[in-house]
Design a protein around this ligand. Sequence first.
Ligand code: BG6
Length: 490
Amino acid sequence: MTMGFDLVLFGGTGDLAWRKLMPALFQAFRHGTLPEGGRIIGVGRDDLTHEQYRALIQARFDKVELAKRPSAEEFARFAAILEFVRMDLSKPEDYAHLATSLQTRSATTVVMYVATAPSLFTTVCEQLAAAGLNTPQTRVVLEKPLGHDLASNRAINQTVRRFFEEKQVFRIDHYLGKPAVQNLFALRFGNALFEPLWRREHIANIQITIAEDLGVESRGAFYETTGALRDMVQNHALQLLCAIGMEPPINAHADAIRDEKLKVLRSLKPWTAATLASDVVRGQYASGTSAGTPVPAYRDEPGVNPHSQTETFVALRTEIANWRWAGVPFYIRTGKRLAGRDARIVVNFRPTPHAIFNASSAMGNQLVINLQPKDGLELHLLAQGQDNRKTRASAAQALAPVQLDLDFDKRFGSERVGAYERLLLDVIDGRLNLFVRSDEQEEAWRWVEPLIKHWASDAQGPRPYAAGTWGPSASSAMIARDGFCWDEES
Ligand code: BG6
């Protein structure tokens, strides 16, 4: 009998499964959006029965925020679709065993979610194919990081391509699943209002900030070989830059969108010796405070080399060299242990060409796209709001900044779908729009690679910054050279 989907989760007892995937799958189940008749099969090395696996997941749900926790009755219903298969991912016989358990019900869609160490990606794909598990019904989901440089990324993509067609491969960048990013597409391509302004004639600069207040937590060993450039810039930040900078796609199909994003990546100004020296700042957090509590330096975190040169902060300046954007600086900034958890894109418009009001009208308008913790849009304008009866100031002197504020959480409330929930449902339904194509990914690696090489031979190392701040002062100096400042400094 033909049934719904089978979702096989390699790394089923791993951190991502506990923290993100299982809670997201449960939310979809609770919302009634997970297609009926599905089965979720966790794969791990431990010797667990289905029941033991379910109990482990239930225990982990205690760490999920209260509103997203299942009641005992809800969990019992969810648990009925959870199974566990023990596998050693290097052993062909274990894949054969998996194939047998999948054959018991020929699902219409089989999702292979590879949430393992990236070093296992190619092995898993090869072994799946050897066991005959690369059927047309199969979809493979690959979690980042996909490689650690261009060559390793290409090697993974080449192997995957040997066994699966591009339309079967879902490369996750969970930032694309965030509601705010989809709203950015809606703002740009579902409304005509901003399009005429969305260009060099009207925009002075664009700032993309992804700030985290947390440190590396328990991921020190992973982070040591990754760093902020590979962990955040190569993927999340560049995908945001694409969403902001791309041309309107000819339709809403995955390849039309991905073609336009690819063009942005190809148009990024290549690095030169001069820009490598002046347009990028790397930092590493020293001790400091986070929400008033003292926190250790990166080098004192578990799993981190006490002399580590790994960057926990990157700020850079780039340009999209095409007709729309020539000469407009795009600044990207991301880091751990910064002043707050705050992801936003700030579009700074040019000031009025001729000032008839006082100096404040030299401030340009601003569109702020808040990704998190707030999710919404702010439009900063100037208005005549002050009471000038006492000062007798003329109208010309009394402009004040005001803002239009659209809070999507308030507006759409419970209808909001989390990033992983959205992406998992898209995989099951076969929608590729919010996934990254191999050529995009390779282009992003190609662009960041000169930074990786430069840093490997640069004796200066990352600049220290106190935890709980906005990173090294060199980041502000970099942007000040263009006559601008970071959003929070204005
Ligand atoms: C992940 C990075 O991709 O994104 C983490 O590996 C980072 O280091 C995380 O903390 C941030 O995601 P979010 O959704 O919390 O902003």
